[in-house]
Design a protein around this ligand. Structure first.
Ligand SMILES: [Zn+2]
Length: 223
């Protein structure tokens, strides 16, 4: 195989894995290791709240039977499918859960999946351009892919995740729920290397803004 093609493939694979590790990890738990099960849930409160506050009619809510707390949003505004983990669904009260479901619905309404796709595509094409123009070797291509994915995560955090939180926190009935939910996340992710706000791993690899930043946003609404 042509060396350029090998460099391109390595660049794209490394870039996609580092940038989207959380999504890959969450979905891989469905098929490898101690597999988690999924089920479809009917929760009219979630459907009604999302419809009322975002205008979105959810097609489906899937529960991942996982003790960890997380939510994901698949699809675009015309195909909205929400994923909630069982840990999240069972641990959070309605005020807290409202922040999560509006955050996830916000991703959909604001076309964030498409936005993330375009941002990642721009990085991929820029990387391939660098590899070609500067005739980077294998190691160079590898290092550029790592560097680009870390920058891409920063951009996704501040152009997508921050705005989903802002969208949601501005719409919740009770901003105090946002604050108490952060404590529950801290407890649920206790011992996880991404939990500490000052952790370099969290800063480099985590899409979300910090718990403190969300609390600060909720407090601003309360004042
Ligand atoms: Zn999000």
């Amino acid at each position: 195989m042509d060396l350029f093609i090998i460099k391109v493939i390595i660049f794209i694979i490394i870039f996609l894995i580092i940038t989207n590790w959380f999504q890959i990890y969450s979905f891989s738990k469905l098929i490898v290791g101690k597999k988690i099960k999924t089920s479809s849930i009917k929760d009219s409160w979630i459907n009604k709240t999302v419809k009322k506050k975002t205008g979105l009619s959810l097609l489906n809510i899937t529960l991942f039977h996982d003790k960890k707390m997380y939510g994901l949003m698949a699809g675009l505004p015309f195909w909205p499918k929400m994923i909630l983990s069982e840990g999240l669904y069972k641990n959070l009260n309605r005020d807290e859960l409202e922040w999560v479901i509006l955050h996830e619905a916000g991703h959909c309404v604001l076309w964030h999946n498409l936005e993330a796709f375009i941002i990642e595509l721009v990085f991929i094409f820029s990387g391939l351009y660098l590899i070609k123009v500067f005739e980077l070797n294998l190691l160079g291509s590898f290092l550029v892919s790592i560097f680009f994915s870390l920058i891409c995560i920063q951009i996704i955090r501040w152009s997508i995740e921050y705005f989903a939180d802002k969208y949601s926190i501005n719409r919740v009935d009770n901003p105090r729920g946002v604050i108490t939910a952060q404590d529950k996340f801290r407890k649920n992710y206790f011992k996880n290397p991404f939990n500490k706000e000052g952790s370099i791993l969290r800063f480099l690899l985590h899409w979300n803004i910090t718990y403190s930043k969300r609390i600060e946003m909720a407090k601003r609404r309360l004042s």
